[in-house]
Design a protein around this ligand. Structure first.
Ligand code: NAP
Length: 689
């Protein structure tokens, strides 16, 4: 019988001894064995730090992003082979889509994040801080990739997504990973990692895989490493308090089980679109992935006078769920991941039954299609009812990790909020309501206890990604019982793998260190107009001081007429008593337009292709007629752009980059009256290699 392979220190290798037997969740057949006995995890971590980290940290965010995109495209081309294996975990095609293509989607999404990051191996964080009265001392924050390795210990429910959503983030940050999926479904993770390694898209040492027990892995972590854990709260607590993790202050991100809830708003009644949306969402969350989702709805809060209508509406919907062989197209709910997991669900259900009763489903029997109920890990959806939720702790404490949910009554939005919090912290809560007041009351007051809140109504239901779907651009994680962790969330997630260091010095020094021009730094004024330079020729700090331009009352009148902006402050006849101004004042937009008139070079074609927009713009002092303004125009930041793949797009064949310019507008007294950052697209001499 086949033994699963581990990918460690650059080799596919099996552990000693027989190892743990892995089963097909549907047929009960043996798939293989997983063992990590005798494997050298200390060496694997050292290999990741030495090889993988060294290679990744040399790449810029743009290069790492492109690498993720190439990986996503590659895995997508292999997806059918993953689907075929995924059925053996009990997952339907739809369940596997979330796992496989949802996971690959995370790679694409993180790849796109490169556009928000510099073409550098590090990034700046937040805004600069002026620390001196004479503008010669400042501070900033810099983010550099940690020198360690990301160790991901994952749960069994999403063997592909669980890995990809995490490695997408650490790889973009420039940190390698060692992934340890839960053993029971690790055969699918193994298949994906085989493809990743064979593709050679990642540098050697960027990804390693452990199929089987984690052994002494955590005994070898160091302070530059990051450990993430997804699984049960019990295991999480044990690992989080590992002495080596505590001793070296290793960041530990915990995502644990949680008692997520949905609230039916008091405004919603049968016949309203929101009623059907609610019934559909509950059914979906109970049955997708056979309820083995960390975000699945475990608690359903319903206004007490609508309890009966809700369960009468839910029962026939649940009854429509065809359970059985997930490879059969008619089947809507497959099996649990294994028989052990089914036993665990039953144990938890029995605890719930201390205070609740079953109103739909059965613990002991299930009708299945195209499968043998005795051989596979099948279970029916089970809906429980508890009519005294404030007096019972079980529905708020006990997670049955399967298609199990409890319906409970509430009176008034305050009770719904209080009940939602009895879960002691969850990953996600939803409220279905068409009433904005109810939605606001719930969101503002319940948010402290939930990592994500979905407000569902008719307007968004069609496009809604659903209660149970964590999204790469939104944070995933929750307080308290849910683990207190936070991952994903776009750039927020990447920061977990970057060291944030405050840096202080002169503006010129911070500009040189960070490759971003800082206000008040020295500029290079060597005579050539910066608009005459190609992208590669421009240097951060290239600077131009323009001629002066007198702003007259006639100019302001003309701009008011041209733009249609006749705000009273721009009209010379206005009685200015009681206003913020002494007399007719120039439009801020006139000043920035006049600034362009001063810094733009000539009518001749030059490497500047177009004006791309304005990032920030502030008007800091009123400009009255008779004032002369001049501009200090400085090259602030450069980001090369990739060529567009679609050759039909105008300009697709022109190699180019985005250049940010700091525009400072001064008056006769050399005082700044405005400051902004404008963006231009500038042609490159050569294509990006
Ligand atoms: P689990 O038993 O806690 O296992 C989670 C992971 O920890 C597995 O990879 C497991 O490996 C590993 N592990 C167990 N003991 C370990 C040890 N002593 N040292 C190192 N690693 C160890 O959880 P599960 O049964 O796989 O997953 C189900 C639970 O996960 C549910 O409660 C669910 O709510 C939760 N979950 C939470 C999230 C979230 O994002 N918050 C997501 C998915 C699931 P082995 O498989 O080799 O034992």
């Amino acid at each position: 019988m086949r033994k699963l392979e581990n990918y460690l220190s650059g080799q596919w290798i099996t552990g000693d001894g027989e190892g743990q037997e892995l089963f097909d969740a549907v047929t009960g057949d043996t798939i293989g064995f997983a063992s990590t006995r005798g494997l050298d995890f200390k060496a694997a971590l050292a290999y990741a730090r030495k090889k993988g980290n060294a290679a990744l940290r040399k790449m810029t965010f743009q290069e790492r992003g492109r690498m993720l995109r190439a990986l996503a495209i590659h895995l997508l081309s292999k997806k059918e082979q993953f689907y075929a294996i995924s059925y053996r975990t009990g997952a339907t095609r739809m369940d596997s889509w979330i796992d496989i293509e949802g996971g690959i989607g995370n790679l694409f999404s993180n790849a796109s994040l490169r556009r928000k990051l510099p073409d550098e191996i590090f990034a700046l964080d937040g805004d600069p801080v002026n620390l001196g009265k004479n503008n010669s001392f400042m501070g900033h924050h810099i983010l550099v990739p940690k020198e360690g390795v990301a160790i991901h210990i994952n749960a069994y429910n999403f063997p592909v997504w669980g890995m990809l959503e995490k490695i997408a983030v650490n790889l973009l940050a420039g940190v390698p990973a060692v992934v340890k999926p839960a053993t029971v479904t690790s055969f699918l993770t193994e298949a994906v990692v085989k493809e990743i390694i064979a593709s050679k898209i990642l540098p050697e040492g960027a990804l390693q895989l452990i199929c089987g027990s984690a052994g002494d892995l955590l005994s070898h972590v160091e302070s530059q490493d990051v450990v993430t854990f997804t699984g049960s709260a019990g295991t999480g607590l044990k690992l989080k308090s590992h002495p080596v993790i505590l001793q070296h202050n290793v960041p530990f991100n915990l995502e644990a089980d949680s008692l997520n809830c949905i609230v039916l708003g008091e405004d919603v009644a049968p016949g309203m679109p929101e009623w059907d949306i609610f019934i559909k969402e509950v059914k979906k969350e109970m049955t997708v992935k056979a309820g083995q989702k960390c975000t699945a709805i475990r608690r359903i809060f319903v206004p007490e006078n609508k309890m009966e209508d809700v369960w009468k509406g839910l029962k026939p919907e649940l009854a429509k769920t065809v359970i059985g062989n997930p490879a059969n197209e008619k089947v809507r709910m497959g099996s649990l991941a294994g028989k052990e997991q089914r036993e665990e669900v039953k144990t938890q259900l029995n605890k719930l039954l201390a205070t609740s009763q079953i109103i739909y489903g059965s613990l002991d029997s299930v009708e299945v299609m195209d499968a043998d109920a005795k051989k596979g890990a099948f279970i029916s959806p089970i809906l429980l009812m508890n009519d005294s939720p404030f007096a019972s702790s079980e529905p708020h404490d006990v997670e049955a990790f399967g298609p199990v949910s409890t319906i409970m009554p509430y009176k008034g939005v305050d009770e719904a909020i209080a009940l939602s919090k009895l879960g002691k912290g969850s990953l996600c809560s939803s409220i279905v309501t068409a009433d904005a007041k109810i939605a606001r009351e719930y969101v503002i007051n319940a948010a402290t206890y939930h990592g994500r809140i979905l407000i569902l109504n008719q307007e968004c239901a069609k496009e809604s990604t659903g209660h149970g779907s964590p999204l790469p651009m939104l944070v995933h994680g929750g307080p308290g019982r849910a683990g207190g962790g936070e991952e994903m969330g776009g750039l927020r997630g990447i920061r977990h793998y970057l060291q944030r260091t405050a840096i202080q010095g002169s503006p010129s020094m911070i500009s040189a260190v960070s490759s971003v021009y800082q206000q008040h730094a020295r500029g290079n004024r060597e005579g050539i107009h910066p608009f005459k330079k190609y992208f590669e020729e421009l240097e951060i700090g290239d600077q131009l001081i323009t001629e002066k331009r007198l702003i007259s009352s006639k100019d302001i009148d003309a701009f008011a007429d041209l733009s249609g902006d006749h705000f009273y402050a721009h009209i010379k006849d206005t009685d200015f008593n009681g206003t913020m101004f002494e007399q007719q004042v120039a439009h801020g937009y006139f000043l920035i337009s006049a600034a362009a008139g001063l810094f733009v070079d000539s009518y001749d074609k030059n490497p500047v292709l177009l004006n791309y927009g304005i990032d920030e713009l502030r008007f800091t002092k009123p400009v009255y007629p008779g004032t002369s303004i001049y501009i200090r125009f400085t090259c602030k930041e450069k980001t090369a752009q990739e060529m567009k793949e679609d050759a039909t797009v105008r300009g697709a064949d022109i190699p180019k980059g985005i250049v940010k310019w700091l525009v400072e507008i001064f008056d006769d007294t050399d005082e700044a009256v405005g400051v902004g950052t404008i963006l231009t697209m500038v042609q490159m001499k050569n294509k990006l290699s």
